[in-house]
Design a protein around this ligand. Structure first.
Ligand code: NAP
Length: 237
């Protein structure tokens, strides 16, 4: 059997939007990629393994990591990108909203990250990137969304906590905190108003987030960082 020298990234929420951009970005960097979401289609690229599953289900997390190790022999990076965003006034959130958002954003982070870290510890190196939202550090009265802050804020704290827990064992943990990015999450007619929420006066592109994740990938002295890619939102208005 040939030695597994090619690095491997796992990307959740990889069927569209930022996740699909991350798959392309890691492939251009030469990584093999395990791309997962509920509906993801098979890939023609032999270095992209697609695995379908609901990331909120711990058994799916187990299947995703096991499939990646079986096919490519190692896991170097996990990007926790799958996420649900529901903006509503606090008292309008339903119990189902709470269950859905916490399932994907928190449960969907927890088990797969445990499994990835366990694999990385055996390799003495690894990198976790959590995709959060600029609203965590920059609440905006025009976009009430406490479930985003509750869950992605937790991810930002967990980013620092895990960065410190594993700093001396070769595993880095970072986050990218996006402003509003042009994906199918935002219908065309909503975009002018969303652009105006950013000091730079425009929305971000998928490539802006991919570039930020790949910067972190290539930055061995950076861990515990929350990198804001938000058109200035976190600096003020
Ligand atoms: N777009 C923005 O403006 C923006 C701003 C700040 C932060 N973010 C964050 O960036 C990340 C990606 O956003 P995006 O705009 O690219 O989202 P998107 O276009 O809505 O894509 C979401 C991805 O997550 C997958 N997904 C959703 N529920 C899932 C589940 N239960 N299990 C597994 N996969 C699931 C979807 O695929 P399936 O349907 O096939 O499962 C899809 O691939 C999210 O964490 C989001 O919160 C986005």
């Amino acid at each position: 059997m040939r030695p597994h020298t090619q690095k491997v990234a796992v990307v959740t929420g990889a069927s569209q939007g930022i996740g699909a951009g991350l798959v392309d970005g890691y492939r251009k960097l030469g990584y093999a990629v395990v791309a997962t979401s509920r509906s993801i289609a098979p890939s023609d690229d032999p270095d992209v393994l697609t695995v379908q599953g609901d990331i909120a289900d711990p058994a799916a997390a187990q299947r995703i990591i096991a499939a990646g190790v079986e096919r490519f022999g190692r896991i170097d990076t996990l990007v926790n990108n799958a996420g649900l965003f529901l903006a509503k006034p606090f008292t309008d959130y339903t119990a189902d909203d709470y269950t859905a958002v916490t399932a994907v954003n928190l449960a969907g982070f927890f088990r797969i990250t445990q499994l990835a870290v366990a694999q990385m510890l055996g390799q003495n190196s690894g990198h976790i990137v959590n995709i959060t939202t600029s609203l965590v550090d920059n609440a905006d009265a025009r976009v009430p969304s406490v479930l985003a802050s509750l869950t992605k804020g937790g991810l930002q704290s967990a980013t620092k906590s895990l960065a410190i827990e594993y700093a001396a064992r070769g595993i880095r943990v970072n986050a990218v905190s996006p402003g509003i990015i042009k994906t199918s999450m935002h219908p065309e007619d909503s975009r002018p108003a969303l652009a105006a929420l950013h000091p730079v006066g425009r929305m971000g592109e998928v490539g802006d987030i991919v570039d930020a994740v790949l910067y972190l990938e290539n930055a061995p002295f950076v861990t515990g960082e929350i990198l804001h890619v938000d058109g200035g939102q976190s600096a003020g208005h």
